[in-house]
Design a protein around this ligand. Sequence first.
Ligand code: AMP
Length: 320
Amino acid sequence: MSRPSPPGEAAPVDARTADASPVDTAPPDGRPTVVRTRRELREAVARLPRPIGFVPTMGALHEGHRALIRRARTENAGVVVSIFVNPRQFERADDLAAYPRTEAEDLAVCRAEGVDVVFIPPVEEIYPAGFQTTVRVGALAEPLEGAARPGHLEGVTTVVAILFGLVGAERSYFGEKDAQQLRVVRRMVADLAIPTEIVACPTVREPDGLACSSRNVRLSARGRAAAPLLHRALLAGRARILAGERSAEAVREAIRAVIGTEPAIELDYVSAADEATLDELETIDRPTLLSLAARIEGVRLIDNELVVPLRGTAQGEPEG
Ligand code: AMP
């Protein structure tokens, strides 16, 4: 883009954008329409029937993304998907550079799932020259990913706020796999009175339990074989809670013990937190988000399980 436009204004169409007109990429039935500028997006959205369901992604689409798209397709008359590898949510340049980019395959997925409009903006279209506004959620964004990846969640909320403003969808779809992100986005939407309903979708897993992730393709066969232990460790934590364990540290330790059996996994954090506030717990006496982050062969993976403790099972004490 030779001349970035101010936020909120349509940008001039550059040569690449002009070449990539919807006609170039559209299948015979005309879907999906591929748009790359704010102006093209606004025009395409204006032509859609309502309500509109919106699925923001970073591409390299997998079964988890497909589940979000299918849900959006079922519940809405129009479906918009965005594909944008957002540099502001990567705190490491090497991670950003290594993030998979598979536009042709992603468009085939969108076509197969009946998406109406795919927004694939260049970075300057989202962050034009002069950009200087960010959205930062408070305490909810501080622990877990907020602590481990400074700036990450602020990057997410900033880009999501921009995308919400551009698409104006009645509903927006997010995965529970990114549990803190989901909660932080919900908080932002409530606090800033953004008129979109946030719809949470369950984590989609491979048959061996590994949560689907765009990063999984970066694992070697050896790393891929080790990765399902992340979920097995969370299930071990869940089993301890359901067996009556009320010490959060004992649950965290049980999770760490499972992870510790696999030298290929480098643990970042293990958490047993209040599922609503994400405050770390001492006593498991409420719905608990068990979560972890780890590196395998330098690839950072996250996963979580929501556990609701059975009432009154710990040493038979009465509750509530
Ligand atoms: P990403 O492209 O990784 O930014 O993810 C885009 C959306 O897909 C986010 O709302 C994620 O939470 C969601 N997502 C990613 N992986 C999964 C999964 N395995 N199951 C369900 N949703 C997912």
